[in-house]
Design a protein around this ligand. Sequence first.
Ligand SMILES: *Cc1c(COP(=O)(O)O)cnc(C)c1O
Length: 375
Amino acid sequence: MHNLQMVDLKRQYHKIKPEIDAAILNVVESTAFINGPDVNHFAAELAEYLGVKHVIPCANGTDALQISLMALGLQPGDEVITASYTYIATVEVVALLHLKPVFVDVDANTFTMNIDAVRKAITPKTKAIIPVHLYGQCADMEPLLALAKEHNIPVIEDNAQAIGGTYTFSDGRTVKTGSMGIIGCTSFFPSKNLGGYGDGGAIFTNDDSLALTLKMVANHGQNKRYYHEMVGCNSRLDSIQAAILRIKLRHLDEYCDARRAAADYYDAAFKNNPKIITPYRAPYSNHVFHQYTLQLKNVNRDEVNQKLAEKNIPSMIYYPVPCHKQNMLKEYGTANNYLPVTDMLQDCVISLPMHTELTEEELSYITKNALEIIG
Ligand SMILES: *Cc1c(COP(=O)(O)O)cnc(C)c1O
């Protein structure tokens, strides 16, 4: 089988090439590289798509999280509850701002924050909760929001892996992921569900005054040019990325559908194998499959990874070391935190190719070989 990839950006590009090329050239021709009209248009279009009042574009998803914590005025020593089972960025910004990461375990089905664990982790010093919608599966937001409200703690959704997803509340109301917390963050890293052709990120909120502060933090602490009210940073989405993302946003729902269709194929192929647990799809949300991640039971996972590679099938371990065990956080002494589900998942997960362009022929090749190897 030719050139299988975890994410195939080239084939996706070629389907929309004329539009994309024209949009890029248009920015180049205008020379409005920074804060050009496409940036504002994209922010407005994304706000409408998500059903939020404000979208503040920024340079990447990590910055989006950092700017959010800064705008909420968190102070050194404040506690931030999040999952250890996430990409490091979620946690790194907490440490960078000298806040204290407090890790909770995840649910073995959804891979997202266990809400009972959050309840137990709350202290008077808890100043923010960051649920991560991992692999495209939304965390269980309704009980989390209720708990956070009870304790008056802001919730920042890390929506970097789940843009385009929805969450349905018990009263039947359906909203987009990232629009439920006081702040939502996302990344436009090329391989994300809504990816640019370089770095990018955005912050969402429905709160008018918080939106102003977020903008100010992202822009050197100024809302009026050369009048700096606070220490901020310099974090912008460039115009070329915005122009590309405007086009890709129009395809986002269809991209999510394509990922779900590939997941359906995988699910059907793997469903009767006792050694394989396919991804759980929580009934409260629609999974957007940023990753398609299996749990392997009674199998040498790393050997499977190796043998797939021999068949030219890429697979990845997201993530081989959970955040609480990273040397980066040594000073916090989290390595011995009791997070049994996180530790268990770390040893048994494997992610297969997942993108918008997978053909039936490719899926058949991947699943046939995977089943043979897993046995
Ligand atoms: C990708 C990602 C980020 C960071 O995004 P960048 O744009 O790479 O900075 C943050 N959190 C999660 C869960 C991610 O997957």
